[in-house]
Write a protein that binds this ligand. Structure first.
Ligand SMILES: [Zn+2]
Length: 164
């Protein structure tokens, strides 16, 4: 994966680690738009990344505070892959990206920003987006659009079941 130039992430990197678990804190008040949850399932949920690599950067995580995929029961894993498919469909219909990056980092050595509560990133990609973002870098447009993005992505989740 190419490195994206995302200057707004500097705020995150400079602000130190958040207290507590951002996923469990969001789940404590799922209806609060500030938490950026876009879909809450039975065992898994999706929320926007507050410091996105691209517009529509969604994180899919289990409701249970678990640090590894291998710690989740089979029903959770099944719902998780369905949720990722649903995120893919929702973002495809909303943003028409040329592709996606889907992946997870486990543990500090694996590069996880939140080590104790695993999550998959679903990042829409466009041909040439690295160049585009370099050119427009320096502005902080994306974070300020988050409430709008949250409403749009939540609506897109509602209108898809993850199929084609
Ligand atoms: Zn947690």
């Amino acid at each position: 994966m190419e490195t994206l130039f995302a200057p707004w992430r500097l705020t995150y990197l400079m602000s130190g680690k958040p207290q507590g678990c951002i996923f469990c804190e969001a789940l404590a008040r799922p209806d609060d738009p500030e938490t950026l949850i876009v879909h809450l399932g039975e065992r898994v949920f999706s929320m926007l990344n507050r410091y996105p690599y691209a517009n529509g950067h969604v994180m899919v995580a289990p409701v249970a505070h678990e640090d590894r995929l291998s710690a989740s029961d089979p029903a959770t894993r099944e719902e998780l892959i369905d949720e990722i498919a649903r995120a893919e469909s929702a973002l495809a219909s909303l943003y028409r990206p040329g592709g996606f990056n889907v992946g997870a980092n486990f543990g500090r050595a694996g590069g996880a920003g939140v080590e104790d509560h695993y999550h998959f990133h679903v990042v829409p990609r466009w041909d040439g987006d690295t160049n585009f973002m370099t050119v427009t870098g320096g502005t902080r447009v994306i974070p300020e659009d988050l409430p709008v993005t949250r409403r749009a992505v939540a609506a897109a989740f509602e209108s898809t079941r993850g199929g084609r």
